[in-house]
Design a protein around this ligand. Structure first.
Ligand code: MMA
Ligand code: CA
Length: 161
């Protein structure tokens, strides 16, 4: 008969191994093919450039929305995500925030126009500066934020709701 202590050892190892693999992906949600998971959401980089409103429209068409970055970890994740984009050297991505019809530092985000979270921001020094007419938020490939003309052509990264 199979020695019981070997069986016990195998079971213990399996529980440990399976438990660890479950734990390591515990915070990442399962995503559709082509989407990348981070925390509890799924992310997709569109393979074309869009104006800010165009990005909103294309993400909404997927049942998603343009990315809004609320933590340093999420910002770091975006930098890695746009680093893999090869169809453009202009790896600037739209963020789902705007100050259209508002003052320089009054930014609202998302389909519900909620106030920008001021617990985490990553503006470049001296931005936003409204150079010309800039009412939409973009992230450079380095992860730094800038206010930009809403008509500029940037990456659209969609995040699941
Ligand atoms: C560009 C444009 C602005 C940005 C400045 C920074 C000249 O304008 O991207 O949004 O603030 O560069 O120098
Ligand atoms: Ca600017």
């Amino acid at each position: 008969m199979f020695p019981i202590h070997i069986l016990e050892g195998l079971i213990a190892f399996s529980i440990l191994f399976l438990g660890r693999s479950c734990l390591s992906t515990e915070s990442d949600v399962a995503c559709p093919v082509g989407w990348t998971s981070f925390s509890s959401r799924c992310y997709f980089v569109m393979q074309s450039l869009y104006t800010w409103q165009g990005a909103r429209d294309v993400c909404q068409g997927l049942g998603a929305r343009v990315i809004e970055i609320t933590t340093a970890d999420e910002n770091d994740f975006m930098v890695k995500l746009v680093d893999g984009v090869t169809f453009t050297s202009e790896d600037k991505a739209w963020l789902d925030c705007t100050n259209i019809g508002r003052s320089l530092n009054d930014w609202v985000c998302g389909p519900d126009d909620h106030e920008l979270s001021y617990t985490y921001t990553n503006w470049k020094p001296n931005e936003p500066n409204n150079a010309g007419s800039e009412h939409c938020m973009e992230m450079y490939g380095t992860g730094i934020w800038n206010d930009k003309s809403c008509e500029a052509q940037n990456l659209a990264i969609c995040e699941s709701k």
